[in-house]
Design a protein. Sequence first.
Length: 231
Amino acid sequence: MTENDNTIQNTSKLAAMIDHTLLKADAKLAQVEQLCSEAISYGFGAVCVNSYWVKHCKKALAGSQVKTAATIGFPLGAMSTRAKRAETKRAIKDGAVEIDMVLNVGELKSGNQDAVARDIRKVVQEAHKRQAIVKVIIETCLLTDEEKVAACQIAMDAEADFVKTSTGFSTGGATVEDVALMRSVVGDKLGVKASGGIRSFADAKRMVEAGASRIGASSGIRIVEEELQQR
């Protein structure tokens, strides 16, 4: 690690809150390895990747403080709970310590809250018994405010650790209004992760001010560099 790397980590207030993210279907191994190298250099809290790449991240991040987050049921959430549990178990075995799962959006919009709760709870149980945390992606752009509130309450009741705004692969990403609404529902019981479309320090700052405790972004380097320029 260079002296400049230490300077970034010691002066940035946002870096440790950022999940440095690469979720594109065409992401190559070299890009995943670069993601991990950047996360170490900038002191990001975690890298967030599709579950297939977790094993490679564990190797690339060895000896660092950067955690590995794996997406589960990504990006639609429309897979069986059994499949989500199996993917969770495999990802943790491969080295993930954080699980970003997509809830079953269709069941939520159908009013079948019991199915949504059962889906989340089973993943949470699988993760928690292996000392991993769970962030529930509620995909706010597809939900009414009433559904967003319900999703947060269900995630809380299922003992998830975070609620998360978006996959970044649907019709919209994080908004200040959604982050504030989610924080108002979960209070200090859960973390709130804002993700999707956060591309600048100004964007990230607004999300934190609205109540986000984590930022998911593929633009983490730009965010931190803009932050440091303003100091």
